[in-house]
Write a protein that binds this ligand. Structure first.
Ligand code: SF4
Length: 234
């Protein structure tokens, strides 16, 4: 009989991490009122090079926070092929300002697309699969989720375990829009110029069909359909 064993993941400190992080609840309680930089500092110390950051470059808020802790942190951008020119310009400006350790992950050449295959297949091929590739070999990742983005995000914890078994760190989960805006202003964070046109959330151009309306900042994403998430945060 063939025996398989689960590899033991080791942190920078050479101590076992998830699934042997024994005190996720205690850490979440500790970090609930902590500044995101404190959370990121903990994650960088714990996971080292096995940690990366993902961003859609609708702004450089998470990037700014993270590089203040670790300028060498790997920054993953999923180039779906459908980003606004304005978003790619945020990426260009971010690279100029921060000299990022950037990893751009692209879809396969024959990847499904929104026109021929629909939104679910397109997101799977152009976001979820590339993220899976980017996270292969990682132990943990940073995301910019905030609870007050609404929807399923309202229940986000600061530390979670994702469907891959990786530790997903949401340092800004407890931040309000006002908290985020205050940091953006005080740190001159780069923002997508589409915000000035009334957009409150910026994704791929075929699925960000109009400036957002009402209280839900993500209502302009996949407008007119029941879809509210691309699948990256499942
Ligand atoms: S948001 Fe739209 S265009 Fe972008 S990957 Fe998903 S379905 Fe495709």
């Amino acid at each position: 009989m063939t025996m398989t064993t689960t590899p033991v993941l080791l942190s920078r400190r050479n101590t076992p991490v998830h699934p042997a992080i024994p005190d996720l609840d205690r850490l979440n309680a500790r970090f609930e009122s902590a500044h995101p930089v404190e959370v990121i500092r903990w994650a960088v110390a714990m996971f080292g090079d096995s940690l990366c950051l993902t961003t859609s470059f609708q702004d450089t808020l998470l990037v700014d926070l993270a590089v203040s802790v670790d300028p060498e942190i790997e920054v993953v951008f999923l180039d779906t092929g459908f980003h606004f020119a304005e978003t790619l310009d945020v990426l260009r400006r971010a690279q100029s300002r921060y000299s990022l350790h950037l990893r751009v992950e692209r879809p396969e050449p024959d990847a499904a697309d929104v026109w021929a295959n629909g939104q679910e297949a397109c997101c799977a091929a152009r976001k979820v699969d590339p993220l899976d590739r980017a996270l292969a070999g990682k132990v943990a990742w940073l995301s910019g989720l905030r609870r007050d983005d609404g929807g399923d995000r309202a229940s986000s914890r600061i530390l979670e375990v994702d469907r891959r078994g990786l530790v997903k760190v949401n340092p800004m989960a407890a931040w309000s829009a006002d908290d985020a805006d205050a940091y953006v202003q005080s740190h001159d964070v780069i923002r997508n110029p589409l915000f000035a046109d009334g957009y409150t959330s910026v994704g791929c151009w075929p699925c960000t069909e109009r400036p957002s309306a009402g209280a839900d900042p993500r209502s302009g994403r996949w407008a007119g359909s029941a879809k509210t998430e691309c699948g990256l945060h499942l």
